[in-house]
Design a binder for this molecule. Sequence first.
Ligand code: MRU
Length: 353
Amino acid sequence: MNNDFSSPDNGFQAIRFDGRVLRLLDQRALPARESWLDITHVDQVIDAIANLMVRGAPAIGITAAYGAVIAAHARGDDRAAWGEDLVRLESARPTAVNLSWAIARMRRVVEAADHIDPEALLAEARTIHREDIAANRTMAELGSEQIESGSGILTHCNTGSLATGGIGTALGVIMAAAGKGRASAIFADETRPWLQGSRLTAWELARAGIDARIIVEGAAAALMAAGKVQWVITGSDRIAANGDVVNKIGTYSLAVLARHHGVKFMVVAPTSTVDPDMTSGDQVAIEQRDPDEIWSAAGLEAAPGGFSAWNPVFDVTPAELVDCIVTEEGVFKHPYQFNNTSSVSRLPFSKKL
Ligand code: MRU
């Protein structure tokens, strides 16, 4: 099994690929069981992304890139069939742009060579993975420098090693802040309905030996009113060109609460999460998932049988509610200074002088 990526500061490696077999830590089973899936067919990759065995914007992009390699081995030089596999991979989930961004990179490899070369595709997938590890590390350093000593921090969803290729986005910043002794207290909200906060973020923090507390989402306002947090820090699945942030449902509520209570709001995301083609967040497709995820998450019957639900799993936080966006290219503070999107960077905003 390939171990190229496993050094301690790269975080826990939940995505492993030896060139033929993709190993994923099954996130549905955590924290009860650490069980691994061995994946050898593109349909299994699609299933793993669609059914949240692997989740988190950068993680699904990396997984899809390895899926494109698996498809290449199966399809030989049948470019049409490989192309159809990539369309299906790209459609596994709609909201995180990292998925289509990674697929576009894999397509460009085949277009440049004018044939399917599994080794060239593998090299590109590994580059995508390595770039994410490096971006995570840079963001952890840049973001943690923004945190004043003695700050309480609240985070949402799961944005650590399980959600990325490396140490994480928001959780990477939080862990780095904790390492520097700047975080006086860390709170993770449970993140209904799939419980990414209480199942996955808590698992990662416990594994790293970092003390933290879980809150139910309804406790966030009281937590802020009690003065226990000075920062809310989240990741993102897609950042629009105007700075609107699409992220896990509940992020918008936290941003509104944070502004009301004078708590700062930081979004941490690699540039692969920025979508310059979306002029604002309302253009982004918001995934709706099965209401069954609401009924069953706590293992209890949470509503009368046959009841219906509205279950969007992402929301849009308006740019003006975000104090800063941390990427591997720097820290951008609102109000942003916009520029024309260049081919060098996906970022439509530049650093304020
Ligand atoms: O539905 P999920 O669990 O894939 O949603 C994940 C999130 O919303 C994360 O906050 C986001 O992907 C950023 S993770 C680095």
